[in-house]
Design a protein around this ligand. Structure first.
Ligand SMILES: Cc1ncc(COP(=O)(O)O)c(C=O)c1O
Length: 430
């Protein structure tokens, strides 16, 4: 690993080739995701998409979406991405059509969820006079909502999920009160890949006069295609009555470079609560759609490029590949004694681990064994202890190898009864 510099900028510059060589040295310690052995952190659509992303991001590496008067192309690309996403996420199937739908790009799922929460807080304050707002969400809703609660002082009311991993709408209804501004559903949830009952959540929100955000950060760019292929039939998008906003990450199943997510509002009046505008300083009008000031052009350009390069037929092909790989992995988990799925996943995301009782192996020991056997990297989560698999198209080529390692590692653990000493979980690090 690299040695740290001693708190000083190097006295003399290094030539570019030497700097790039150092980066390659650093990266030698990183997981090699290109072969499909890393889950959940990287989405890979193959060499040609990777090459396009690199070139598009490099082309716009210096441009700044802070001010689209200087870089109108970034304004136009953002508009085009929002428009395409509106069509994908059911915006034009809303009762009044898509004319009221408005959207923004953010840097990722977390920022989209922060914005959805801040919008709800400001809407509640302005339209309902709510001064100590709360939001009601399942325990499966993403951790970014906990961050949003902390940042924006919106009380978070987490309600346990049902045994299948889905949001318990009746229990959530009990948690709604006159200070509730937002009800959240996931499509699907990260921990167990379950699509919440969005029609029921939308109806609850509409009945109680509150907002309903669908976190489709994970599913937004694959569920439409899995729907076309007939693999997903549950309603989950902006066309569902009562849903007021939705988020979808291009940098997940949109296969874009990191740093681009979309948030859409079903109503333009609601969308006005998201941006921040001030003239209260000496630098002129500061209008900003999201958290960041300077907003890198690279992810926007790469996101636009991949959407247009793949098109509907490309995304359909990738969705079919991801679904096939997920089905194979799921079947081998279900067929292997000693391990099983957690909850009842809907699509290509799921969690698995040792079963309870005799014959069940230790989940984290299984994670260690898979890393050792084949360099497989799974996020570890709890409760319950599980390994997390976000299966994407790039896994199709290696899923049979994974199944073989899974069967062998589980059989060995069943024999030895080994338990991992390290019980730590690993979603994100500081
Ligand atoms: C359902 C869901 N929401 C939000 C996020 C947060 O996205 P990001 O890591 O881009 O901030 C994730 C990340 O996996 C997710 O799965």
């Amino acid at each position: 690993m690299a040695e740290f510099a001693d708190n000083r900028i190097p006295a003399h510059g290094m030539d570019a080739a030497a700097v790039l060589a150092r980066l390659d040295e650093f990266a030698a310690d990183d997981r090699d995701w290109r072969g499909g052995r890393v889950f959940s952190l990287v989405y890979d659509a193959g060499d040609d998409v990777r090459d396009l992303l690199t070139r598009a991001a490099a082309r716009y590496a210096a441009e700044n979406a802070l001010n689209t008067m200087a870089f109108p192309s970034l304004g136009w690309m953002q508009h085009d991405i929002v428009t395409i996403t509106t069509g994908l996420l059911g915006g034009d199937r809303r009762p009044g059509g898509s004319s009221g739908v408005r959207g923004y790009l953010t840097s990722g799922g977390t920022e989209s969820l922060l914005q959805a929460t801040k919008t709800a807080r400001d809407w509640g304050r302005a339209e309902r006079g709510v001064d100590h707002p709360n939001m009601v969400l399942a325990t499966s809703a993403h951790a970014a909502f906990a961050k949003a609660s902390h940042y924006f002082d919106v009380e978070s009311r987490r309600v346990p999920v049902r045994p299948d991993g889905s949001a318990d709408v009746d229990a959530m209804a009990d948690a709604v009160d006159d200070r509730t501004v937002l009800v959240v559903g996931s499509a699907p949830s990260y921990p167990q890949g379950v699509i919440d009952p969005i029609p029921e959540l939308g109806a609850l929100a509409a009945e109680r006069g509150v907002l309903c955000h669908v976190d489709a950060c994970l599913g937004g760019f694959i569920l439409p295609f899995l729907g076309t292929l007939g693999h997903v039939t549950k309603p989950w998008d902006l066309s569902v009555p009562g849903v007021t906003s939705i988020s979808a990450d291009l940098h997940k199943y949109g296969y874009a470079s990191k740093g681009v997510s979309v948030i859409l509002y079903g109503d333009k009046e609601l969308a006005r609560f998201q941006p921040f505008v001030t003239t209260d300083w000496l630098g002129g009008l500061y209008g900003s759609p999201s958290m960041a000031g300077t907003r890198p052009g690279g992810p926007i350009a790469a996101g636009w490029a991949v959407l247009h390069h793949l098109g509907a037929d490309g995304y359909l092909r990738l969705a079919a590949d991801a679904h096939r790989a997920a089905s194979v992995l799921r079947a081998c988990i279900e067929a292997t004694p000693g391990i099983g799925l957690r909850g009842v996943p809907d699509a290509t995301v799921f969690a698995f681990g040792g079963t309870d009782g005799p014959g069940g192996v230790d989940t984290f020991a299984l994670g260690d064994a898979l890393a050792e056997r084949g360099g497989w990297f799974f996020d570890r989560q709890t409760p319950p202890d599980s390994l997390h698999a976000t299966v994407h198209a790039g896994h199709a080529a290696v899923v049979e190898d994974l199944c073989a390692d899974l069967a062998a590692a589980t059989a060995e653990l069943a024999r030895t009864g080994a338990r991992a000493a390290d019980r730590g979980t690993t979603y994100g690090t500081v």
